[in-house]
Design a protein around this ligand. Structure first.
Ligand SMILES: [Zn+2]
Length: 158
């Protein structure tokens, strides 16, 4: 049975946090060009601030229209900070042998936030900085060597 379709978007998620204007929806093709690998994805965008947030991919099974934002809008500086957190964090559960849930719980604890609020896509600059510091400390603590360390450093977020 198909799920009901409705516009299930919080207005506050599509108001630019930098200038207060309502964002416009654009396709990945419009935002990044034809050669991008994100052409099928939609984005809420504030052109003035170079701020945007990606949307869930359209998914009929889950009743997703493809216009539901994945988190809060971010400008370039914040997007770069979140990417850095991902680069340091993702190998934890892919390379260092931790499971995904434990990794997120560990990070949440270090940041002093509940586990279910630990979404890197929602981190602000301050949270990113805290996460990077914690991950840097953990990396030293784990004392990875040889192949493990090379694997971590070479790991690319998909
Ligand atoms: Zn703006």
């Amino acid at each position: 049975m198909p799920k009901s379709r409705r516009l299930d978007i919080d207005l506050e998620d599509i108001i630019c946090p930098y200038c207060g204007k309502v964002a416009v929806m654009m396709s990945g093709r419009e935002l990044y060009g034809d050669s991008s690998s994100y052409t099928t994805k939609n984005y809420w965008v504030c052109r003035d601030c170079d701020a945007h947030v990606g949307c869930h991919l359209r998914n009929d099974e889950y009743g997703l229209e493809g216009n539901e934002p994945l988190g809060k809008m971010a400008n370039r500086r914040l997007r770069m900070a979140r990417i850095k957190v991902h680069i340091m964090f993702d190998p934890l559960w892919k390379v260092a042998g931790w499971n995904r849930t434990d990794s997120y719980m560990w990070l949440a604890k270090r940041l002093g936030i509940p586990g279910d609020e630990c979404h890197i896509g929602n981190f602000n600059l301050k949270t990113c900085a805290k996460a990077i510091k914690a991950l840097d400390g953990l990396r030293k603590l784990l004392n990875l060597k040889g192949d493990d360390l090379r694997e971590w450093d070479g790991y690319k977020t998909p």
